[in-house]
Design a protein around this ligand. Structure first.
Ligand code: GTP
Ligand code: MG
Length: 191
């Protein structure tokens, strides 16, 4: 992935709206407010590309972005708590699970975990869903600028032991801060 190589394609609210599966894609999943949209902006070097905000539940559609000619980056709605009506949240949660378990061209899911909080039970459910669907996933720690070194090491240990139970986990964890740009070149290279 190169910075500046990206365009918004479309926002999807139902499986029938997904773009044709004609190229490989990677997606960004994680609890509401963990920093998915901000990470996409940092990766692409385009600040307003994916809409980010302090309100959990900001992203309510599956948003597709091109990554060069041949790939998609996919920004997902968060799971867990969101500021939105229950019926709406349920609808997009169902879509999220359908997408994660049924998208042929999904090559890797990046699962974002807050560097302050580690893997929670809702995360673990998503990781199990990815195991069942045989989608390789990789954990990205976000907001690393918000924790001290020692705390971060503790959370990393917690994440590593949580991952040990998931066969679809890619073992390398990427530590990032979208704010500071930490880990962004590494993640670009992985993508
Ligand atoms: P939903 O779409 O609601 O699920 O949220 P999201 O996961 O897309 O999170 P988003 O990118 O909107 O960021 C949520 C909040 O966290 C925003 O206020 C961001 O500015 C902040 N944030 C994101 N990444 C970082 C980071 O690396 N460091 C710090 N300090 N704040 C961050
Ligand atoms: Mg978002």
């Amino acid at each position: 992935l190169f910075a500046g190589d990206t365009e918004f394609v479309k926002g999807v609210v139902a499986m029938s709206g997904l773009p044709a599966p004609d190229r490989l894609e990677v997606c960004f999943a994680g609890r509401s407010n963990v920093g998915k949209s901000s990470l996409i902006n940092a990766l692409t070097g385009r600040k307003g590309l994916a809409r980010a905000s302090n309100t959990p539940g900001r992203t309510q559609e599956i948003n597709f972005f091109t990554a060069g000619e041949a790939h998609y980056l996919v920004d997902l709605p968060g799971y867990g708590f969101a500021h939105a009506p229950v019926a709406v949240v349920e609808k997009w949660q169902r879509l999220l699970r359908q997408y994660l378990s049924g998208r042929q061209t999904l090559r890797r899911a990046f699962v974002l975990i807050d560097a302050r909080h580690g893997v929670k039970s809702v995360d673990d459910e998503i990781l199990s869903l990815l195991d069942s669907a045989a989608v390789t996933f990789q954990v990205v720690l976000t907001k690393a600028d918000k924790v001290k070194e020692k705390e971060r090491a503790k959370v990393l240990d917690q994440v590593r032991s949580a991952l040990a139970k998931h066969p679809a986990a890619f073992p390398e964890i990427v530590v990032t801060s979208s704010e500071k740009g930490w880990g962004i070149p590494t993640l670009r290279a992985i993508i």
